[in-house]
Ligand binder design. Sequence first.
Ligand code: GDP
Length: 458
Amino acid sequence: MEGFSTIAAIATPPGKGGVAVIRISGAEAFRVADRIFSPKNQKPLSEQAARTQVYGDILLEGDPIDDGLATRFPAPHSYTGEDTVEISCHGGFLITKMVLSAALAAGASIAAPGEFTRRAFMNGKLSLTDAEAIGNLLEASSAAAVKLASAKSRDRLSAAMEEIQKDAVALMGSLFARIDYPDEDLGDFSDAESISLLRSLLSRLDALIATYRTGRAVNEGIATVICGKPNAGKSTLYNLLVGEDAAIVTEIEGTTRDVLERTVPLGQVLLRLSDTAGIRETSDVVERIGVEKTHRCMEEAELILAVFDTSRPLTEEDEALLRELETLSGTTVAILNKSDLPAVFDPEVIQSRVTHSLTLSAKQSDATPLCALIEQLFTDGRLTVGEDAIVSSARQHAGLLKAKEHFSLALEAYLAGLPTDAAASDIERAIGALGELCGRSVSEAIVSDIFSRFCVGK
Ligand code: GDP
């Protein structure tokens, strides 16, 4: 691309491996590569067939330092959309660095983190949503997160957003025609049709916005708190979910004093799991700090697993917990624990006061039923990760909310019988918000924020 220097970086992770790849991209890429790569067939790399691997020597200041393969990708058919060369050398730590220094000595400059992907975006090879998904793919810590970042999943989301934008553009066109030529009958949509289209746009936006709960649960994890009186079985439940003895399980009350956090994949979602001190009035200072933390965590949590021991009579502490659960904004699940022992009270006493409950034995059951319930609560029970359009970034979510706000204002303007231009300018703003989502009119600050998440060489 005009004005961009030719950049080079190691595209593979540091360390020892079978091969490492050095990527060079920019207008000078072929000239740089000709200086450092000498094909065995005697023809300069710049004259070799495009997208075909060639075997040869890799040179540093004219001397061979390794042998390997090189491929040239003439613009625009490369990852960045620029002339690009990829050189594969042996994957040693030092040799890889030497090949990179050869490229730098031959005229390339070192790439900044994410610069290859950034150029791909600038050259129209990727939308901002695609670039974000690639960032998520590199960060993915579960199979579901990989699926969510897949091209298929991205295409579904882009298609859903484009469909909304296309209808909004058609509506706006019709409104502007009416404003500019009030005496002609140029409007495609009657007022009633415009109102019904706006309602349909709003409900489609709402449906997409709602998927963010799933996207976040898969990518970032659900902030989860386990709470309950001492000895209810919190640590045992924690260990069941974590799958190992991470918290100390003991018969002595009040041992779990502080908040531990672990990220645990559970089916399609991730739990960001805190194991907290038991909730109870205490005079022990250290323990009291832990208890206060627990209450704060409960207020901020998206998922609260409240553990009750059904093998012992309910106490005032259980009662206080039930009252507190009613005040929380997160999703609460009452765990009726110790089902392997005879129950001493009717579970209905708890079930009638919570939205979700599950009877289990943290000591003897496996986590499958709890996993199924949480997955259902956080993926809506309907969405299939990797198949459905799912919003997965805070930026997309904020953009959709902004578009929704402007469409709502446009609808209000219509319903209030205001002149057409009031609705038209709101719809225009909504379209602007949707356009920003694809990244074509997005500000430099947002672009930089996204690309700063990439590593060097990507
Ligand atoms: P916490 O204080 O709430 O963290 O409770 P713990 O997880 O430390 O459990 C207290 C005691 O109850 C321990 O002896 C556990 O082995 C026992 N316990 C926990 N869950 C169960 C269960 O499902 N069945 C039975 N029988 N005992 C359990």
